[in-house]
Ligand binder design. Structure first.
Ligand code: PMP
Ligand code: GLN
Length: 382
């Protein structure tokens, strides 16, 4: 996290987006869509501003959004959630994660993540002075080994922080792994934190929230966000679903982070959560098609591509192109091919880069013609 000068380093997304901008390269580094989401959602925000939703919303979030979140859990997962005591609206999944980690850990507590992990996890665990323990996800499927999980969870483990569907690898944890995580959480008195921001972006597999499995809800903090599903990453409307005592502890921290946020966007995301099923399946099938276009381009350019099951990203191994250090390669890729990506090593603890050094992450949440152009430019690498 810290540079040689002791200052916090810029995130990999900031670094690679700046490089893409300065070189005019197609930015497949940072994961944000380049097309607008559903017009109903955008119009609802415009209307909410006109209607005067411009002051602080309630501390837990606007009732209309909390009710929509509860109704969404019931509709998609058959879960009964009390919108008045078990739902908290946050400034994106990012604040939800920060408040959860800060509220539930003390110095020295262990937080387990699956590696590679979304880069903010490492920073937040460090801010809370907790100890970061990881279990590796290995190519080509990027799933954890059950023996590794059993060995890593101990009585020192306070949080088991999972992310399914996963950024950066696009893997989705199978039910048996989720069941094992619940068992381990009970055996070692740990709390499960699950980051499900890509919950609606699955391709051939179903997303199963860990809180919907037997015993899951009582020990789980579920985090999601409207950014990916509704292509509104700049709105930063996220949420937490948890049993009331845990939610109260998280709220106690959250009130001093942002207090509240995004008043006119809250009712708009509520509209989004109520859209018909076809909207949700359409988002996933469009993304899967985009994934296939970019993956084909990367394959013909000489990369070895892992097929993601969900999300915005595809992992491409550049070893066959003679690359030994993907971080270095990502710094030259904008000038070599006019395309920016991020190295998977940015999602890995510096001491454990082995096995990930030649991997790059490319975002496919972009217009089809942009992906086709990127694929054509990458083909020149050969
Ligand atoms: N978790 C994961 C795995 C993510 O990929 C992202 C954003 N890309 C976030 C959390 C942050 O979500 P938000 O923008 O809602 O804060
Ligand atoms: N979550 C996005 C990604 O993985 C980026 C978010 C950010 O820039 N911090 O690309």
């Amino acid at each position: 996290l810290l540079g040689a000068d002791g200052e916090l380093r810029q995130t990999i997304f900031g670094e690679m987006s700046a490089l893409a901008a300065s070189t005019g390269a197609i930015n497949l580094g940072q994961g944000f869509p380049d097309e607008e989401g559903p017009i109903e959602v955008l119009d609802a925000a415009r209307q909410a501003i006109r209607d005067g939703a411009n002051q602080y919303p309630p501390a837990l979030g606007m009732p209309v959004l909390r009710e929509a979140i509860a109704a969404h859990q019931q509709r998609f997962y058959g879960l009964r959630v009390d919108p008045d005591s078990q739902v908290l609206v946050t400034a994106g999944a990012t604040e939800a994660l920060a408040a959860t980690i800060l509220a539930l850990t003390e110095e020295g507590d262990e937080v387990l993540t699956l590696e590679p992990f979304y880069d903010a996890y490492g920073a937040m665990i460090a801010f809370g002075k907790a100890t970061h323990v990881t279990v590796p996800l290995r190519a080509p499927h990027f799933l954890p080994d059950h023996e590794d999980l059993r060995a890593a969870v101990t009585d020192r483990t306070r949080l088991i922080l999972i992310n399914s569907p996963h950024n950066p690898t696009g893997s989705v944890l199978p039910r048996e792994t989720l069941e094992l995580i619940i068992e381990l959480a009970y055996d070692h008195d740990a709390i499960i934190v699950t980051d499900e921001v890509y919950e609606h972006l699955t391709f051939e597999v179903e997303h199963t929230p860990i809180s919907s499995l037997p015993g899951g809800f009582d020990r789980t903090v579920t985090i999601s966000s409207g950014g990916k599903t509704f292509s509104t990453t700049g709105w930063k409307i996220g949420w937490i679903i948890a049993p009331q005592p845990i939610l109260q502890a998280i709220l106690a921290v959250k009130q001093y982070l942002t207090y509240v946020n995004g008043a006119p966007f809250q009712p708009a995301i509520a509209v989004g959560l109520g859209l018909p099923d076809e909207f949700f399946s359409g988002v996933a099938s469009t993304l899967q098609h985009k994934c296939e276009i970019l993956s084909a381009g990367l394959t013909s350019a000489g990369f070895t591509v892992s097929t993601p099951q969900a999300g915005y990203f595809v992992i491409a191994d550049a070893a066959a192109l003679g690359v030994t250090d993907a971080a270095e390669f990502c710094r030259s890729l904008p000038s070599l091919a006019g395309v920016a990506a991020v190295p998977v090593s940015a999602f890995v603890h510096p001491d454990r880069r082995g096995g990930f050094e030649t991997l790059l992450r490319f975002a496919f949440c972009k217009k089809i013609d942009v992906l086709e152009r990127a694929a054509a430019q990458l083909a020149e690498l050969r």
